[in-house]
Design a protein around this ligand. Structure first.
Ligand SMILES: C[S@@+](CC[C@H](N)C(=O)[O-])C[C@H]1O[C@@H](n2cnc3c(N)ncnc32)[C@H](O)[C@@H]1O
Length: 256
């Protein structure tokens, strides 16, 4: 097994694929897919993957990763971002959109989800992982930075300016409300990494069996609402509900 963090993040992709169409070869968009660790693994499983990411360096790493994995097809890499997504991919062309650790960085997460809804096929799914605000409070407090911890408590994702405040943090209700307001029906929200980011790597890497035991603990806690609220990552899988009118992706987004 690789690093626990990587494996837990990969498991959230596997869980999304299972919900979106277990056993089928899917058309998957990995928006903000970065260096393609998930995309290459998905392609190796037979899915057709498109990565859209603004970073040329990340896309170059993705290319190298694909070559090293011996993939000659299965991943289509495009330089672009959430705001110009429709310049790069066709409407209604994906079964699943993966959007992991990306809504923290975009200017307008609601706008990004509205655009994602237009590139999904009817009944398609989105998998969103965002950084949890409560975990950030705990991490700051445990590091002795009580002032920042306190300031994070009162911040809302809806008024978070990423340019002046850094990556946005969410609580579960904000993610689910954001999805619902863009025509999605949340299927499940789970926690990713309750402890994995907090445990010193010296323990995980040197204690015999610690890595497997931590992974098993994280998987057990992932479906507990109490622990999800404290997780570093909040993972929501949601289905596009065509009976709910979605806003025009070119239009002004509603409040979170
Ligand atoms: C923390 S990395 C996550 C990478 C990958 N999704 C993962 O889970 O490993 C954030 C990624 O979002 C990309 N990104 C930043 N702003 C974006 C935007 N406006 N639209 C799409 N992707 C964006 C970055 O280039 C980077 O690759």
């Amino acid at each position: 097994m690789g690093p626990v963090r990587t494996e837990l993040m990969w498991q959230s992709v596997v869980d999304a694929v299972d919900v979106a169409g277990a056993g089928d070869a899917l058309d998957v968009l990995d928006l903000g897919g970065g260096t393609g660790s998930d995309a290459v693994r998905l392609a190796a499983l037979g899915h057709r993957v498109t990565v859209v990411d603004p970073s040329p360096d990340a896309l170059a790493s993705l290319h190298r990763r694909g070559v090293e994995a011996g993939l000659t097809e299965g991943v289509n890499a495009v330089q672009g971002d959430a705001a110009d997504l429709l310049d790069h991919v066709a409407p209604s062309s994906f079964d699943l959109v993966i959007c992991h650790d990306v809504l923290e960085h975009v200017d307008d997460p609601g706008q990004a989800l509205a655009t994602i809804s237009t590139v999904l096929r009817p009944g398609g799914h989105v998998s969103v992982v965002v950084a949890g605000r409560n975990a950030a409070v705990a991490a700051r407090a445990l590091a002795g930075d009580f002032v920042t911890a306190r300031s994070l408590v009162g911040r809302s994702a809806g008024t978070w300016d990423v340019r002046s405040m850094g990556p946005r943090r969410f609580v579960v209700g904000e993610v689910e409300d954001l999805l619902t307001s863009r025509g999605f029906v949340p299927v499940a929200t789970t926690g990713v990494r309750v402890f994995a980011d907090l445990v010193p790597s010296a323990i995980v890497d040197t204690e015999p069996g610690a890595r497997d035991a931590l992974y098993a603990l994280e998987r057990l806690l992932s479906t507990s609402e109490d622990f999800t609220a404290l997780s570093a990552g909040l993972h929501t899988i949601a289905r596009l509900d065509l009976s709910v009118a979605t806003p025009d992706p070119g239009g002004k987004s509603a409040a979170l």
